[in-house]
Design a protein around this ligand. Structure first.
Ligand SMILES: [Cu+2]
Length: 66
């Protein structure tokens, strides 16, 4: 199971680190892949969409379910 998001305001390596850290801290077992160029965040190891989306939002970003 993977969850996919578009995060338009993820624009640099710092954003990637922030989002990756926030999701892995909030959701046990989650693995995050984030691509700045496509603004795509792929989360595997969990199907807890609500928790993942909340973690990205709480980190200050605006995920769109992709
Ligand atoms: Cu950034």
């Amino acid at each position: 199971m993977t969850l996919q998001y578009q995060v338009p305001d993820m624009t640099c390596g710092h954003c990637v680190k922030t989002i990756t850290g926030a999701v892995t801290a909030a959701v046990p077992g989650a693995t995050v892949e984030a691509d700045v160029a496509s603004h795509r965040v792929t989360v595997s190891g969990t199907n807890d969409h609500t928790a993942v989306e909340a973690a990205i939002r709480d980190a200050g970003y605006s995920p769109i379910t992709a």
